[in-house]
Design a protein around this ligand. Structure first.
Ligand SMILES: Cc1ncc(COP(=O)(O)O)c(C=O)c1O
Length: 327
């Protein structure tokens, strides 16, 4: 911290730490081929999404959201006074028909989680991403926001909806999942116009993300020991989730490990019934109902299970309790 704090930053200086900007540019260039972008630093991904929507949309404008969806995005859209238009998600990400219908319904922005979608764990495949880009090609000014929250921990290749000719886009990468949510920092790569408007939304509020945090993030991102821990964490999530899915399958519950922190498991019964029975056995699991965009949707049959921290013994007893709850 002493080295990071050595030079004070005063009013009027560039708001982005030069070193972090360079590092971010290199990191993101590897995934946004042929796309001209500018870097902005925000106080996390949720902050970026809120400000990105605010700089592009008016009240009542429609926003395409994945269904089921990350809760904070649902809240951000509701609190901003925008209209959420659901786009179903399957194992390969947003569906093509779903996105097409949302665009026909006039959405002005699309929020997509390209990898480790929360809650389903789905990641875009190369072919699905190409199909979605083709649908978006006729709508170059619809703002695409990609929330790549699992980035460094993901086991999947990054596939994007952002084509080289798309005019309004933001790829947002928070450091929350691999450096910790208290860093309150995300890197946003956007087109130039969006970067300028985003900077205007930041200046009257937080003004800038503290250079202390920016330097601290950069110090960790360029430290081999920290990066080795991040790689170990990525392997840990993947290995624990896959082992748990194998245990479930061995006991007759169909489960496929996907990318992300959690498993998304389908049951023949409504998930609420299973979750209530689990609660009586001391487990707390979220049902898919919590993540549905339409409050009147049919009851969900999915549970989101976060199991990577369980010991082998605990995992075994959870599987036994899931089997019993499903009877
Ligand atoms: C899809 C998704 N986006 C963003 C975040 C959090 O981002 P931040 O802490 O940077 O606001 C999460 C955290 O769970 C998430 O699941």
């Amino acid at each position: 911290l002493m080295t990071i704090a050595s030079r004070p930053v005063l009013y009027g200086e560039p708001v982005i730490d030069r070193g972090l900007e360079e590092w971010s540019r290199e990191w993101i260039s590897a995934d946004l081929d042929d796309v001209d972008f500018r870097i902005t630093i925000t106080s996390g991904a949720v902050d970026a999404v809120e400000r990105l929507l605010a700089q592009a949309l008016m009240r009542d404008d429609a926003v395409a959201l994945e269904d089921p969806c990350f809760l904070a995005s649902i809240h951000t859209v509701r609190l901003g006074g925008y209209r959420a238009v659901p786009v179903p998600v399957d194992a390969e990400g947003m569906t093509v028909d779903g996105l097409r219908s949302a665009l026909e319904a006039g959405v002005r922005a699309v929020i997509c989680t390209p990898r480790a979608q929360n809650p389903t764990g789905a990641s875009l495949t190369a072919s699905r991403a190409a199909e979605l880009r083709a649908v978006l090609a006729d709508h170059p000014y619809v703002l695409i926001i990609e929330d790549d929250h699992f980035s460094m921990l993901s086991q999947r290749h990054y596939e994007s909806l952002i084509g080289p000719a798309h005019r309004r886009f933001a790829l947002v990468r928070s450091v929350s999942k691999f450096l910790g949510p208290d860093m309150c920092l995300a890197i946003a790569a956007t087109d130039v116009e969006t970067a300028e408007r985003l900077a205007m939304r930041l200046s009257p509020g937080t003004t800038w993300v503290s250079h202390l945090l920016q330097r601290l993030a950069l110090t960790q991102l360029t430290d081999e020991a920290v990066m080795a821990e991040v790689a170990a964490a990525a392997a840990h999530y993947a290995e624990r989730n896959s082992a748990f899915a194998a245990r479930l399958r061995a006991d007759g519950i169909d489960a496929t490990p996907s990318d992300g922190m959690s498993l998304w498991v389908e049951f023949p019964q409504p998930a609420r019934t299973i979750a209530d029975r689990l609660m009586r056995r001391g487990w707390l699991a979220r049902t898919g109902d919590d993540f549905a965009l339409d409050e009147k949707a049919e009851p969900s049959h999915h549970l989101r299970l976060t199991v990577h921290d369980l010991s082998d013994g605990e995992a075994e007893s959870l599987v036994a309790d899931l089997v019993a709850a499903g009877r």
